[in-house]
Design a protein around this ligand. Structure first.
Ligand SMILES: Cc1cc2nc3c(=O)[nH]c(=O)nc-3n(C[C@H](O)[C@H](O)[C@H](O)COP(=O)(O)O)c2cc1C
Ligand code: SF4
Ligand code: SF4
Ligand code: FES
Length: 594
């Protein structure tokens, strides 16, 4: 039966944590109560993009894109929209220009190009038939029935797809290495470790379109000659794990996974491996060790996994997003794929856009888009109409791009030239209230804690660098420290065994390169220009502004504020612990940070 309306409820992890499961349940109950359950269909989907505005509910045929839907809003949607056909304006996206009804009218989506995320937020990821209806497994059928493994690899080479896990290695070439490697059996591995803080691209793909990843792996397995695959996902992603398990079970039932797939004689199956969340386990050789049941520690390369991978056998390892691109290339051709992006960086890239922009969330953009378009057109500009300061791109081992890079096209080459990396897709936007020294310290501390300790440059070098940064942010830095950071950083980059150590100094080196004056202010004037480093700031009350309401004194946890009622108050700096509670409650902004 054809339904009159489709109600899509986002069941991505962001919306689930905002309560979308309860919203969906309430919608189902309410629709039943109103006897609409025959004509209205409710579908739980993967992430739709603007996660911080969740729970998101999308109602078709009007395409009304409802945001921040609470339980009480459900009744309104059912009574007004589904019963009376009136779109509920209060729940739609609004900006200065207009109330936006559909997704297409919302600026956040306008410059996006959804290839990998085309099904996310559209189909029910727990229902294989919805995937099949969206041309799912058609690429696999085409490959198995009409193409030789060599033709598949040539097509991948022509597409110019580069690995989305960070290094941007040409995917087709990697597949060719594995195909021509000597040794049996061969393995196909999917890297879904995603350990960068703030990154959720791969999680969203696994949660929203798990079959696309399986289909990419199946095609890769046929191309390289493998019968067994592994998907490595971190334990912190329970929803992704659950949906993958459902997808694998359904794919087996429908004959897409297992023995004699689609009666072609080709067999391939996949096992899930759950990681414990160590960042270093995303590094391919550490990940393979972890799958084998050993401690997840990188080893030196060569030999590369293509020839010496799992249990010493040829192994193809690609990222989640890389695999999710494969079926689109097979179905639409390599020229089509290359029509997105630039000559050297084809296709699209998924980014987790976060930080100080008005619109945060999951975005997919053609490679070569400028940083300005991402920050101002998609991100809607800086919150509170503040000033853009920098973008941290490529996760904890990436680097920063500054105002001068706003018109830089985001490609593998141009971002590298600017001293950062595209990485796997973490993109944090910073405003003038961000201290770049503290930011570098934060990311270096992350890498230092995640260092596996196998090699000295990374284990000791990052520790020494961290100590220097701690000194500087505490006001005890010396001028020589800045040069020493650069010297040590270059040394750690060059001498470390794996990518973690080789890239850990990046945030430090790029902030010293672009924000040296901020380091100097911490060292020479003992000031933090962004007023973030606690040791270098002081809370003060402006006597001429203070109205003596006493609110600050009431909330101060250490009783550092004194003053008679309706008389100016004072902060005793000796006692103040710089928690900032007084600043938050002052009704006249009399509390300032010096
Ligand atoms: C410390 C570290 C962490 C990494 N984490 C990931 C990760 O979470 N996911 C991923 O796909 N690649 C990660 N990589 C890159 C992998 O080593 C490998 O290059 C990638 O999985 C290959 O797939 P691709 O060619 O499709 O990009 C990491 C590398 C390093 C050095
Ligand atoms: S560079 Fe760091 S993480 Fe990599 S092997 Fe050496 S100690 Fe371990
Ligand atoms: S809250 Fe503000 S106005 Fe009130 S006493 Fe404190 S500083 Fe003065
Ligand atoms: S999880 Fe719902 S929009 Fe991302």
């Amino acid at each position: 039966m054809i339904q009159r309306a489709h109600v899509l409820v986002c069941m991505g992890a962001g919306c689930v944590s905002a309560g979308s499961e309860l919203v969906k349940k309430r919608l189902e109950e309410k629709i039943k109560e109103k006897e609409l359950d025959v004509e209205v269909r409710i579908i739980g989907t993967g992430c739709m993009g603007p996660c911080e505005r969740g729970p998101i509910v999308l109602v078709y045929p009007e395409g009304a894109f409802y945001q921040k839907v609470g339980l009480s809003d459900v009744d309104l949607i059912v009574e007004e929209h589904l019963l009376k056909g009136r779109v509920v304006k209060e729940l739609l996206a609004k900006d200065e220009a207009a109330v936006r009804v559909s997704k297409e009218e919302i600026p956040f989506f306008a410059k996006q190009e959804k290839i990998v995320l085309a099904n996310c937020g559209v189909i029910d990821p727990e229902n294989i038939e919805e995937y099949i209806a969206a041309n799912g497994y058609e690429a696999l059928a085409r490959v198995l029935e009409r193409m030789t493994p060599d033709e598949v690899i040539s097509m991948m080479e022509k597409s110019n797809l580069r690995g989305r896990g960070g290094a941007g290695f040409p995917t087709g070439l990697k597949w060719r290495f594995v195909r021509s490697a000597k040794g049996e059996p061969k393995y196909v591995v999917c890297n879904g470790d995603e350990g960068d803080p703030g990154a959720f691209m791969d999680r969203a793909i696994l949660e929203g379109d798990p079959h696309a990843v399986l289909e990419g792996m199946l095609i890769a397995a046929y191309a390289v000659g493998s019968k067994q695959g592994y998907i490595y996902v971190r334990a912190e992603y329970p929803l992704a794990i659950k949906r993958l398990q459902i997808a694998m079970e359904q794919a087996r039932k429908y004959g897409f996974l297992g023995k004699n797939i689609l009666d072609t004689g080709f067999s391939f199956d996949v096992e899930l491996r759950i990681g414990a969340g160590a960042f270093v386990c995303g590094e391919e050789t550490a990940l393979l060790a972890s799958i084998e049941g050993r401690r997840g520690m990188p080893r030196s390369k060569p030999p590369f996994p293509a020839t010496h991978g799992l249990w010493g056998k040829p192994t193809l390892i690609n990222n989640v997003e890389t695999y999710a691109n494969v079926r689109h290339i097979i179905l639409n051709g390599p020229e089509w794929f290359r029509s997105f992006g630039t000559d050297s960086s084809s296709g699209t890239k998924v980014f987790a856009l976060s930080g100080k922009v008005k619109n945060t969330g999951l975005i997919e953009v053609p490679m070569g888009i400028t940083l300005r378009e991402v920050v101002f057109d998609i991100g809607g500009g800086i919150i509170n109409d503040g000033k853009f300061k920098a973008a941290q791109i490529g996760g904890p081992s990436g680097g920063c791009l500054t105002e001068r890079h706003l018109d830089l096209p985001l490609t593998y080459e141009s971002v590298k030239e600017a001293g950062a990396i595209v990485g796997s897709g973490g993109l944090i936007i910073l405003d003038e209230n961000t201290c770049m020294v503290e930011l570098a310290r934060y990311f270096l501390e992350f890498c230092q804690l995640e260092s596996c300790g196998k090699c000295i440059p990374c284990r000791v070098g990052t520790k020494r660098m961290l100590e220097i940064l701690e000194r500087i942010t505490q006001g005890a830095g010396k001028m020589e420290d800045i040069n020493e950071l650069e010297r040590l950083g270059n040394w750690v980059q060059q001498a470390s065994l794996c990518g973690l150590g080789q890239t850990a100094p990046n945030p430090v080196l790029s902030t010293v390169r672009y924000f040296r004056e901020e380091y100097e202010a911490h060292v020479i004037q003992k000031k933090c220009p962004a007023k973030v480093c606690v040791s270098l700031i002081k809370y003060l009350i402006l006597v001429e502004k203070c109205i003596g309401c006493g609110r600050c004194a009431k909330v101060c946890p250490v009783k550092a504020i004194s003053g008679a009622i309706r008389k100016p108050h004072f902060i005793n700096s000796e006692i103040c612990v710089k928690c900032g509670e007084c600043k938050k409650v002052c009704p006249v902004n009399a509390v300032i940070i010096d």
